[in-house]
Design a protein around this ligand. Structure first.
Ligand code: ACO
Length: 475
């Protein structure tokens, strides 16, 4: 499917329409609680602690102030129309809150509350949507944990307070999983631009949020945990995602592959899990990368977010361990990655960075006695040679290798090469103990994607090649 001018205009207008949800000038929290630990309290606390610079209005008829912030008895009393109203009151109170928000002139309702279509309360959800529509408001939710957007220091969730800023946008239909992943990504050093809980998708869904992220300069890759689309959204999904994936990669983990999984989906968010083959075909046509596990989701996302495009489809592997090299080679066959047949002149150059018993073939084996010096030398050769499309560095722990020094050396070589005009993906897999973990964290923080085992690096690389040489080119 070709991207038309109209398509690009559509994306831009979707961005403009949604920018105040991600970068609101003011946020009201209806149901801000006085009691630590309650959802309405935690959301206010997170908003305050995240360093959000906009105006915050807690709303609770029983309090004058909460966490040192002046509290209002109702939305009517606010000094202005808030861009976003977070709704954290029980389900039976949400319609009157929506009415008040509409009358006040709010733009977005972020409805945390559960107890709607996911438990069969379809009518109440319909009423909520109708009320919002009457006033031209858009709804995120209900049945969500909120929204966080790192560039605006906005954490309007009841998840963990911190978010590691980065370039991966994450949309999740599962609340609990999303909250869990907020903490997990911080621990793993994975930076997010945003995390958006979409829950029942009564109004805004994964398609519209993706349209915003496609235009968002702070997001390089869109990742989605999806259980299913709402009825009648299939055609739009295909059309919009076909446009978005030409601009930015979209990586989806679609749960409910099995028949039992599909039943679980229906009772979780009330969406249509549908026949898996239908989703599979739609993803392929739309250029969406489908993965099976959370690990794969973020492996692929990190590789795509932080790597320049490969120069060509030929990969070069540098290793200090034959076994790791063999495993990676097997993985290239499994995932359809082409290995470069190293030309003689390049072999000669690699030989300068290894002992006589090393191997300049691909994988280039600089042997178990390699230090950061041999890695630096061979990596620079690979980066400077246009026949190498991208590089995977494999490192097995040895007593002669200082992991910290090696991580520093890799960063320096990549930086030096870039300054000389040589830029291509470099993915790293370090196998070892704590030193390996620390070194990988250092690389990760400096935007070199790292992987605990070679196969994961090769899989992520295969998706880089797929994105740049197939999806983006419309093949
Ligand atoms: N306007 C403003 N404040 C009000 C109003 C009103 N009309 N009515 C009540 N309040 C106040 C209450 O007095 C209370 O404040 P207090 O604690 O200081 O007394 C506060 O608002 C909250 O109201 P409660 O009646 O105490 O409601 P509670 O906090 O128990 O529950 C909630 C509200 C959290 C929205 C609940 O109904 C709910 O839906 N929980 C589930 C949320 C959820 O899990 N969402 C999905 C997330 S994803 C996942 O699965 C993790």
């Amino acid at each position: 499917m070709k991207t038309s001018c109209r398509g690009i205009r559509d994306l831009t207008s979707a961005y403009d329409k949604m920018v105040k949800l991600f970068m609101p000038e003011s946020v009201a929290i209806v149901g801000a609680s006085r009691k630590p630990g309650k959802i309405g309290y935690v959301i206010l606390q997170n908003l305050l602690e995240s360093g959000y610079k906009g105006r915050i209005y807690p709303v609770n008829p029983h309090a004058d102030e909460i966490l040192g912030v002046k509290c209002y008895p109702s939305l009517k009393e606010l000094p202005e129309a808030p861009d976003v109203v977070i709704v954290a009151v029980p389900a039976d109170k949400t319609i009157s809150v929506a009415e008040e928000a509409g009358e006040k002139g709010a733009k977005f309702l972020v409805v945390i509350t559960s107890g709607f279509s996911e438990v069969g309360n379809v009518e109440l959800e319909k009423k909520l949507v109708e009320t919002a529509r009457k006033y031209g408001m858009r709804i995120l939710g209900p049945n969500i944990f909120g929204i966080a957007y790192a560039p605006a220091n906005l954490n309007a969730t009841f998840g963990p307070p911190e978010l590691l800023p980065g370039k991966i946008g994450f949309i999740t239909q599962s609340g609990a999983l999303g909250i869990a992943l907020m903490g997990w990504t911080v621990t793993m050093g994975i930076g997010l631009s945003t995390i958006v809980s979409i829950g029942n998708m009564s109004d805004l869904d994964a398609i519209e949020i993706s349209e915003f992220l496609a235009e968002d300069p702070n997001t390089a890759v869109i990742t989605i945990y999806l259980e299913g689309l709402k009825e009648g959204r299939g055609k739009e999904f295909l059309e919009k995602m076909s446009m978005i994936t030409k601009k930015k990669p979209v990586v989806i983990i679609k749960a409910g592959r099995s028949r039992r999984g599909q039943r679980a989906v229906a009772s979780h968010t009330g969406s249509l899990a549908g026949a898996d083959v239908v989703y599979d075909a739609a993803f392929r046509r739309a250029g969406v990368i489908r993965v099976d596990t959370i690990e794969e989701l973020f492996d692929v996302a990190r590789a795509l977010a932080y790597s320049p495009p490969p120069l060509n489809d030929k990969l070069l592997i540098i290793t200090n361990g034959g076994g790791a090299g063999v495993m990676a080679t097997d993985a290239t066959e499994k995932y359809g990655v082409e290995l470069l047949e190293v030309p003689e002149d390049l072999k000669e150059r690699f030989r300068k960075h290894m002992p006589w018993f090393g191997s300049p073939h691909n994988p280039v084996d600089i042997t178990g006695q390699a230090t950061d010096v041999e890695y630096s030398g061979s990596l620079m050769e690979a980066l400077q040679d246009d026949r190498v499309g991208g590089v995977i560095i494999l490192v097995c722990q040895t007593a002669v290798l200082d992991f910290k020094k090696l991580a520093e050396a890799i960063l320096k070589v990549v930086k030096d090469a870039k300054e000389k005009g040589f830029s291509k993906p470099v993915l790293v897999s370090m196998i070892g103990g704590k030193e390996a973990m620390d070194a990988m964290m250092m690389l990760e923080k400096n935007h070199i994607p790292t992987f605990s085992i070679p196969e994961r690096a090769v899989y992520a690389y295969s998706q880089l090649v797929k994105y740049y040489f197939k999806i983006r080119k419309g093949r």
